[in-house]
Design a binder for this molecule. Structure first.
Ligand SMILES: *Cc1c(COP(=O)(O)O)cnc(C)c1O
Length: 470
């Protein structure tokens, strides 16, 4: 069984073409919701991003490469901030979830666009600090932070530590006490809502590793212990219900539950919490079947929900935080591959599928294999007048499951040497990349105003050999 981000929606077994996928009228057309805004075909048919042709990127940086449209990523970050600031007059902060994709350049971009930054390990914290992100703008997550990571967070002066266990409350208070500081914290509450792409499940309990259970009374106990600790300053409560969410109904249930706890905190302790963090998970389009809401739509819906729930409990609307990762980085990036071997496989009933091998695969995009995720693809180095054929884009790894794009119609004349682009790969691709089969991880190239530059160098075989000390 795959852990399925999209829930139980894929019941296409037995049909070579999934129900949602239709033969395109124009196989060269780019579906706008899948691509960064700076991506377009040039008059000669070749794909370009911010004015730079993909063949130039391939020549200069090699393939595969993750190609970021810097202006697009910045615009998505800014879009979240302005939308939430507009919908929450009492104040809102947007934390970019660095785990989606983090490099010093990206950390600086989101900082310049007025966002904060979430990290969840010492490694991510180090990147944020190297980028010059002020500690006060950083949130530190993690269900199993080490003592060393907590010390690093305190020494960086992070704006909040998101507490995840009773052990951590004690350890952090102790470390803060030794240093004579008071650390701002949120309590992460598991609210019993699990959100998937087009559905959510609300249960009383949540069977997972993160946070303090609301139903089990652990969240209330965590709040009590934090309030009793002079070394910790409780800012508020945090919940995160899932990823690739399209429908705000899951947020409605989680907000009601977590605001209910805030009301009990007021009743029991006489403390009105300043902040409410609703987490991330805003969905993006990976294929033609996805139609995500805009940040403005999410913000106004969440504002309605939060205001309504706070009114119901007689609470003022707190400062609201959200933590989008995928929705900022995902659509701003495509992966540029070079086509190699192309095979046609005969399926049942005369159907055929073209297997298009590219020079990367599950080492640069594990999501298809890991989550059964769907992606799209387009011929990038030219247009084609050939008939679209049902295709599967596969990698070069020694696994039959090494699939990048499960189902897509691509031109029937694809040949070795063509460039292929897979959009929507900005989140959870480079950040989850591996060296499986000793394949070096690809570079990340940022393009802006006709200029392409490296922001993360690609690995070389030498890099990999250097770790092997014999
Ligand atoms: C992963 C994660 C996010 C970001 O999720 P996206 O789906 O990328 O928006 C935000 N907050 C927390 C706590 C997370 O674990």
């Amino acid at each position: 069984m795959h852990a399925h981000e999209a829930g139980a929606l894929h019941a296409d077994v037995g049909q070579p073409v999934p129900g949602w996928l239709s033969v395109p009228n124009d196989v060269n057309a780019l579906l706008p919701q899948l691509w960064a805004t700076g991506v377009a075909r040039q008059p000669d048919g070749e794909l370009a991003v911010a004015g730079v042709a993909v063949s130039r990127i391939a020549e200069q940086f090699g393939t595969p490469a993750y190609v970021v449209d810097e202006a697009d990523l910045r615009a998505r970050a800014r879009g979240f901030r302005t939308a939430f600031e507009a919908s929450f007059p009492g104040g809102a902060d947007v934390y970019y979830a660095g785990k989606a994709f983090l490099s010093t350049a990206v950390a600086r971009w989101v900082l310049e666009e007025g966002l904060h930054l979430d990290v969840c390990t010492g490694g991510e914290l180090a990147v944020a600090l190297r980028a010059g992100v002020p500690g006060a703008r950083i949130g530190m997550h993690g269900n199993n932070k080490s003592r060393a990571e907590l010390v690093e967070a305190i020494e960086a002066g992070v704006g909040r530590v998101i507490l995840d266990s009773f052990e951590e409350i004690e350890t952090l208070a102790g470390l803060a006490g030794e240093r004579g500081v008071r650390v701002p914290v949120l309590v992460r509450v598991t609210v019993g809502v699990e959100a998937h792409t087009h559905e959510y499940i609300a249960t009383a309990h949540e069977d997972q590793k993160f946070g303090f259970s609301l139903a089990g009374g652990q969240a209330a106990e965590a709040v009590r212990r934090v309030l009793a600790s002079p070394q910790l300053r409780l800012l508020g409560l945090h919940s995160h219900i899932g990823s690739q969410i399209f429908d705000d109904a899951g947020f409605e249930v989680s907000a009601r539950r977590v605001i209910g706890l805030a009301a009990r905190v007021r009743d029991v302790h006489g403390v009105e919490l300043e902040e409410l963090d609703l987490g991330g998970g805003f969905g993006i389009a990976y294929t033609s079947q996805d139609d995500p809401a805009t940040p403005a739509e999410h913000a106004s819906r969440l504002a309605e929900i939060v205001e309504h729930e706070c009114r119901g409990f007689g609470l003022g609307v707190p400062r609201v935080c959200v933590e989008p990762g995928r929705a900022i980085a995902g659509p701003a990036v495509f992966t540029l591959y070079r086509v190699g071997v192309v095979k046609t496989v005969e399926l049942d009933a005369g159907a055929r599928r073209s297997y298009v091998s590219v020079d990367g695969g599950m080492s640069d995009n594990i999501r298809t294999a890991l989550y059964d995720a769907s992606y799209s693809a387009a011929l990038a180095s030219r247009t084609s007048a050939a008939e679209p054929v049902l295709s599967r884009v596969v990698g070069k790894h020694c696994e039959a499951g090494d699939i990048v794009v499960k189902d897509e119609f691509l031109p029937g004349d694809l040949v070795a040497g063509d460039l292929l682009a897979v959009p929507g790969t900005g989140a959870y691709c480079r950040s989850m990349a591996s060296n499986y089969n000793h394949v070096p991880r690809p570079p990340v190239v940022a393009v802006r105003d006709g200029q392409a530059r490296l922001i993360v160098r690609g690995e070389t075989i030498e890099d990999l050999l250097r770790l092997d000390v014999g």
